[in-house]
Design a protein around this ligand. Structure first.
Ligand code: EPU
Length: 348
């Protein structure tokens, strides 16, 4: 087991900010987890799990503990019946590679989630979602190493506590995800409700197979999201707000002039009747004019202001300051308290 010391979070996360992690251990297989936890216990240090680091903000002060870098590999496909294939993947596998392998086999279910950075093990934590599809819709079960009980267990879909960008894994860090099991379908129908895709169907000759949908989504994402190779970013920095229908109506009255010019504020119905999700990007762009708005080292991306980008010299404090400033502006204009989608790492 290799242990590295004082590894900067700027090299472990895609936002590329943050001070040193005291220790970092690569977890290549489940058997090393108990060793890593024993190492932490002996030193009375906390531990945390990191996947691709594409959805976290690490503090400038770093982390006085042990980072378990999840690397457990493997993606296997097993036919369950005429129409269903089970996919079991290691938590350290690349999510986008899993999507690529699935669509190459013409399997339906996760094609809309193409192009999302990060690892398989991170997918259930925040229940990743895009273009009208959430990860949980194909999940069968999650295998974890329970650091409190000191054993592996399996958690079925219905006890994962999923909702919009939410699961129990966010609140129970002792559940270390080691494997994820999905059910994909040999027959399926394209899910093209989302506005960008609905527009595409008119122009593209065919979005009828999972692989064509995945490649259409990859090209939409390439236009909207900054390239990780050249930008420090963690994708959408905030969650899209979920508000009551009444609050939505108030917004449409308050911003009648803006709506007359730019069109209605889109809304997506939520599972709870009477709640709607609205794109924060609309508020940031059309109401507040914040595309490209920044504070020197961090700014809201010009093509999609929900995405925050940090430059080479940025510190976590620049990112925090901008995020707080933006949240205040949104509150002042709309009365909505926005939440971060990106997770903050505590110092210890
Ligand atoms: N909009 C503007 N101005 C802009 C950009 C967008 O007004 O400059 C408005 C438009 O009305 C547009 C709407 O905002 O229709 C929605 O924007 P978009 O479709 O780009 O996506 P989003 O709702 O902002 C969500 C997810 C993304 C996911 C995309 C695509 C969240 C927090 N984000 O963003 O997920 O990829 O939809 O489905 O729900 C992530 O969570 O990290 C993430 C990248």
């Amino acid at each position: 087991m290799t242990v590295r010391e004082a590894v900067p979070f700027s090299s472990l996360t895609t936002l590329r900010v943050g001070g040193p992690a005291r220790y970092v251990m690569e977890i290549e297989d489940v058997a090393t987890i108990p060793e890593a936890l024993a190492f932490a216990r002996e030193r009375s240090l906390p531990f945390m799990v990191l996947g691709g680091g594409s959805n976290v903000l690490a503090p400038d002060a770093g982390y006085e503990g042990i980072v378990l870098r999840m690397r457990i590999p493997g993606i296997t496909f097993t036919k369950l019946d005429e129409d269903t294939v089970e996919v079991v993947a290691g938590a350290g596998a690349s999510w986008d590679e899993l999507v690529s392998e699935a669509v190459a086999q013409n399997l339906w279910g996760i094609e809309n989630l193409a192009g999302i950075p990060g690892t398989v093990g991170a997918a259930p934590v925040q229940n990743i979602g895009a273009y009208g599809v959430e990860f949980e819709s194909t999940l069968s079960e999650v295998t974890v190493y329970d650091a409190c009980a000191g054993e592996r267990t399996t958690i079925a879909h219905d006890t994962c506590g999923f909702s919009y960008r939410e699961s129990r894994f966010k609140h129970e860090p002792h559940l270390i995800i080691t494997n994820v099991s999905l059910r994909l379908k040999k027959r399926g129908a394209p899910q093209l409700r989302y506005s960008d895709l609905a527009g595409l169907t008119e122009t593209e000759e065919s979005l009828e197979t999972p692989s064509r949908i995945a490649s259409a989504i990859r090209s939409i994402r390439a236009r909207k999201f900054p390239d990780l190779a050249t930008h420090g970013t963690a994708g959408s920095f905030f969650k899209n707000p979920v508000i009551a229908e009444g609050a939505y109506r108030e917004l449409t009255e308050r911003f009648a002039d803006i709506i007359a010019e730019h069109g209605a504020i889109p809304r997506y119905p939520m599972q709870r009747v009477g709640d709607v999700k609205i794109p924060l990007a609309y508020i940031l762009d059309k109401v507040l004019g914040l595309r490209g708005y920044g504070n020197g080292h961090a700014r809201l991306f010009e093509n999609q202001p929900l995405v925050l980008v940090a430059d080479r010299d940025a510190h976590a404090s620049d990112v925090d300051a901008l995020a707080n400033d933006v949240a205040q502006k949104v509150f002042d204009a709309t009365g909505i308290t926005i939440e971060r989608e990106v997770r903050s790492i505590p110092i210890e």
